[in-house]
Design a protein around this ligand. Structure first.
Ligand SMILES: C[S@@+](CC[C@H](N)C(=O)[O-])C[C@H]1O[C@@H](n2cnc3c(N)ncnc32)[C@H](O)[C@@H]1O
Length: 292
């Protein structure tokens, strides 16, 4: 992928994050696709993905560059961890990002896909995978019980925007703890906050392309309304990079892609240092049993 490299990011830009009311009704997994309110709560997000799961692959297949960007992100991970034994695909969804990892690293690597949505996991499990690939239901921020061993590398594609802001730092701290020292995390995410041009393009694409396509293909409109809003509300790239630094990651770098998603879609890399325990809020050192 030809990409632009943006400077390493250290400054913090405050979130503007307007919030919709919580506690409004949302789709249950067995509901037919319908317009649903947008809420930021994690369980509600999972229900939206459950409801949208059967049509998810169809819709991302209509997004030019979706799979190519995932493969490029997997290649960015391979730059940092060229010979991994174990990888984690956090927020693996229907397996598109898992497939990208497989295409770059080959089937000699153990790849675990973790996702909160049973519906998305059912889509992933319905595909054909080599023996080293497995899928587990779980939540970012609660990986402790899922992983017996630390992983060498982790991909989180289009995940962190879906983790409520209040839980995001804890989820990153958990990702740090799930990596072996020296292991790397690659995040693929839409972020337009702080970039007026990117925000305008994103809104226009949602109104002119994404929402009409969701309608035509019978997708869950609520999920795609939520997609629009969640991108507008997500951290700026510097803010997210600062979160990574706060969780103990080093060598944080970001780049955007070329084409219409320039300035909208970002690939962010970070490494767990070889010899530094992560800082914690109370100043003590966090340690994951068997991880160091
Ligand atoms: C936009 S999809 C991306 C799926 C896949 N990574 C891809 O690239 O196609 C986001 C996925 O993150 C999952 N997700 C959202 N919040 C999560 C959380 N807190 N923990 C684990 N998975 C979560 C959703 O269920 C959904 O499958």
């Amino acid at each position: 992928m030809s990409v632009e490299v943006t400077p390493r990011t250290a400054d913090v830009t405050p979130d503007r994050a307007p919030r919709t009311p919580e506690g409004t009704p949302v789709a249950r997994p067995d509901d037919p696709p319908r317009e649903t309110p947008i809420t930021p709560a994690s369980a509600d997000v999972t229900r939206e993905f459950d409801a949208g799961a059967p049509r998810y692959d169809l819709l991302v297949g209509l997004n030019p560059g979706y799979h190519q960007h995932l493969r490029a992100a997997a290649a960015a991970l391979a730059d940092r961890v060229p010979a991994p034994r174990r990888l984690l695909d956090l927020g693996c969804g229907s397996g598109a990002s898992t497939k990208a990892l497989l295409s770059v690293f080959g089937d000699g690597v153990e790849i675990r896909g973790v996702d909160a949505s049973a519906g998305m996991l059912a889509q992933a499990r319905g595909k054909t995978w080599p023996p080293g690939v497995s899928f587990t239901q779980g939540r970012a921020g609660a990986l402790d019980d899922l992983l017996a061993e630390p992983v060498d590398g982790m991909l989180a594609a289009y995940l962190f925007r879906n983790v409520p802001e209040a839980d995001r730092d804890a989820a990153l701290a958990d990702a740090w703890a799930a990596l072996r020292p020296g292991g790397a995390l690659v995040v693929v995410e839409y972020s337009v906050a702080g970039d007026a041009r990117a925000g305008r393009i994103w809104r226009a694409i949602c109104e002119a392309v994404i929402l009409p396509l969701a309608t035509v293909t019978g997708g869950n409109h609520g999920l795609y309304r939520y997609l629009e809003r969640s991108v507008l509300d997500f951290d700026t790239v510097p803010r997210f990079a600062a979160r990574l630094g706060g969780a103990g990651f080093v060598d944080v770098e970001s780049r955007t892609v070329t084409g219409w998603q320039r300035g909208i879609l970002h690939v962010i890399r970070a490494t767990r240092p070889l010899d530094e325990p992560a800082p914690t809020r109370n100043g003590s050192r966090r340690n994951r049993r068997g991880r160091r």
